[in-house]
Design a binder for this molecule. Structure first.
Ligand code: 0X9
Ligand code: ZN
Length: 303
């Protein structure tokens, strides 16, 4: 069991989900879904209530898109622990839903930021993008309005969109998962930092989806729950309107593929922004879970 006293490596997180599956063989299932550029194993954990019913609706959660946003995998680890080890409080969230979770989308980048102070603020993947530069922004690499706005064609930039859509193996893994769950996936949630924001589509343009009221209602449930629990004031709205236009991201891709609810949750800042101290993890991940649970509760009522 992983506590909240420090940040964990990608290997430790993979081991954590493997151990959970071994301890709870009827409730927790781990699957290797692909490999990163540096051949790290990317694994999903599927959490169920163990009733054996197949093809339930799905809530899909991922973290660790951007290497330096360490609080994201930390929040995902806490969410996994909560769903598995606190079934009593979360039975309603697992009655008609399975949760599929990919804790670290960009393990090469995540490990790179753990190497040294100098590499701590790395954002992108680690595949060479030109003779001089390394990395693509995995959250600009999806094949939906790819490279149209808010993305860069310069391989040395932080928001480099890649040589083509889905040039990065890590983005392909997420896309394959999105498609494999699109028919029963009701909420796609990708955790980033830093905000605090709960963002919904679209991020590729300032247009709002026809179903913006549904998106806003679910986001508001998370907003209210967090405000009430800790006083943290999230901002909610469309990615483009709250933050900036940025095409080729996973949230728009999942929404377009059929998930009726799709959010980027940007957790609050800490430290200089992307580097909250380990002492802040406990409070931050618990607060995040309050918001996610409230949004999931709204989703299981609505869909
Ligand atoms: O720019 C991003 O990828 C996200 N912000 S971050 O600071 N974590 O890098 C926001 C993505 C919002 N979604 C879309 N623009 N589609
Ligand atoms: Zn991010």
């Amino acid at each position: 069991r992983l506590g909240t006293e420090r940040f964990y490596s990608h290997g430790e997180i993979n081991q954590f989900i493997e151990d959970l599956a071994e301890e709870h063989p009827r409730r927790v299932f781990v699957k290797t879904v692909g490999k990163s550029y540096e051949r790290r194993l990317m694994k999903t954990v599927t959490i169920t209530n163990g009733d054996g019913r197949r093809n339930k609706n799905v809530i899909f959660v991922d973290g660790g898109f951007h290497a330096r946003e360490w609080i994201s995998p930390a929040a995902v680890v806490y969410l996994i622990d909560e769903l598995v080890n606190n079934l009593a409080d979360n039975a309603d969230l697992l009655m008609d839903y399975d949760w599929v979770i990919l804790p670290v989308v960009n393990p090469d980048g995540y490990e790179y930021t753990q190497l040294s102070e100098e590499t701590r603020m790395w954002r992108k993947t680690r595949k060479p993008s030109s003779p001089d530069c390394i990395g693509t922004d995995p959250n600009r690499n999806f094949d939906f309005h790819w490279n149209e706005e808010g993305a860069s064609e310069d391989p040395c930039d932080q928001t480099y969109a890649g040589s083509k859509a889905f040039s990065e193996p890590e983005a392909v893994v997420v896309s394959d998962l999105i498609h494999s769950y699109a028919d029963r996936g009701k909420m796609y949630l990708t955790l980033h930092s830093y905000g605090p924001y709960i963002l919904y589509p679209w991020g590729w343009s300032s247009d709002l989806p026809d179903t913006v009221d549904d998106l806003h209602e679910v986001a508001k449930a998370g907003f209210d729950a967090i405000l009430e629990a800790t006083g943290t004031l999230y901002e909610i709205g469309s990615s483009t309107n709250v933050l900036y236009v940025a095409a080729g991201a996973s949230d728009d891709y999942a929404f377009n593929a059929g998930f009726p609810i799709s959010f980027t949750m940007e957790l609050p800042p800490g430290g200089t922004g992307f580097d909250p101290p380990a002492s802040a993890i406990d409070q931050m991940v618990k607060e995040t879970w309050v918001g996610i649970a409230a949004m999931a509760r709204k989703v299981v009522q609505k869909y």
